[in-house]
Design a protein around this ligand. Structure first.
Ligand code: GDP
Ligand code: MG
Length: 353
């Protein structure tokens, strides 16, 4: 039975399989995540609800940075290093559909070299399907699914800007990957355009001299940023994903960040959940929706309270219902709500009562 036809009752079972780290269950959950239909998204929302019942969960690590710096190669190399340390790992890579041909190849690159019978590693690439300018719903949900199954989740996202900001909503640790000679990143960091990541990775460090220059340039940029009050003791780790150097050091740096974060982890995740729920609601109902329900501040507080009971997509969906009710009470419902954007999860149902 294809997962999209699975009755709701099966979702608790599916969630249990995911939590046990059963590959088949994880694969089915991710198929559901990739299904863009509204009915599938409602099921995913419910699945995420089941999955968040149990904690603690896997360490979620975002690998972000410009195209071509070696994120996919690095993700695969890191996954191998983690397996050598007998830790389980899930990898989700985002392939922008606009570069489909290249994208499929990148997915294959990340998948390469793993024994399909190894239950401790799972690699999946997702098409982003037109959700430009931000982290897609599917990526976010996929990270949560993998984090329920594996000890560490790597999520590869391309680009700076909105995606880079959004990855913080779901990652505990954000590693920015650059390559030697990448002056753009330096400029962005200096100008404060780019959020300061938790770990900086200079990949392609097999170009030793260039890599050394890049590391000291980055230190300089960080000092500039630090004088503006951020990113003081950020670790900078040179790696060669193809040469296999620096990988242990990178795993250690990720672990160290997670350990240092421990007291604040719950708060950081809650902040990310609030931001995601608000974004889901705002994408679908726009500023009018936000204003109608009391403005951003008030909505954040409402969402934070609601998150005790439900995962972000369900919270966003319930807010959608509330907004539609408010419109109806206002006598404007007959004019309808703004059309849902293509990239918005179509979760809000019109009540028949
Ligand atoms: N010399 C060198 N090349 C690398 C390294 N890591 C990745 N590459 C190459 O860089 C290119 C882009 O890698 P990819 O992982 O697809 O980059 P992504 O776009 O950031 O995911 C590929 O040709 C890789 O083989 C490295 O550590 N050293
Ligand atoms: Mg890639």
């Amino acid at each position: 039975m294809p997962p999209e036809d699975e009755p709701s009752a099966g979702l608790a079972e599916l969630a249990a399989g995911v939590r046990r780290g059963e590959k088949l269950a994880v694969a089915r959950a991710l198929n559901l995540v990739e299904d863009r239909r509204a009915v599938a998204r409602e099921r995913v929302a419910e699945l995420l609800d089941h999955l968040r019942e149990e904690s603690p969960r896997g360490h979620r690590v975002g690998l972000t940075g410009p195209p071509g710096v070696g994120k996919s190669t690095l993700a695969a190399a890191l996954a191998r290093t983690l397996r050598e340390r007998e830790r389980t790992v899930g990898v989700v890579a985002v392939d922008p559909s606009s570069v489909r041909s290249g994208g499929a190849l990148l997915g294959d690159r990340a998948r390469m070299g793993f024994d399909p019978r190894d239950a401790g590693v799972f690699v999946r690439s997702l098409a982003t399907g037109g959700e430009a300018g931000g982290l897609s719903w599917a990526t976010h949900a996929a990270v949560l699914v993998l984090a329920a199954a594996y000890e560490l989740v790597l999520v590869e996202t391309t680009g700076v800007g909105q995606t880079e900001t959004d990855v913080r909503h779901v990652a505990d640790t954000v590693a920015l990957v650059v390559q030697p000679g990448s002056g753009d990143v330096l400029q962005f960091l200096k100008a404060g355009v780019m959020e300061i990541p938790d770990v900086l990775v200079v990949n392609k460090a097999d170009h030793a001299e260039l890599a050394q220059r890049a590391v000291s340039d980055l230190r300089g940029a960080l000092r500039t940023a630090a004088s503006a009050g951020a990113g003081q003791d950020l670790p900078i780790v040179p790696t060669s994903a193809t040469g296999g150097t620096g990988l242990g050091e990178l795993v250690d740096a990720l672990d160290a960040h997670r350990a240092a974060l421990a007291p604040d982890l719950g708060a950081r995740r809650r902040e990310g959940e609030v931001a995601w729920a608000l974004q889901l609601f705002a994408r679908q109902h726009g500023e009018h929706g936000v204003t109608t329900l009391g403005g951003r501040r008030a909505l954040e507080a409402t969402i934070a309270a609601a998150l005790d009971e439900a995962a972000p997509p369900l919270v966003a969906s319930r807010l959608g219902d509330r907004y539609l009710d408010a419109l109806r009470a206002d006598g404007t419902a007959t004019r309808g709500t703004p059309a849902a954007r293509d990239d918005a999860p179509e979760l809000a149902r019109t009540r028949t009562s």
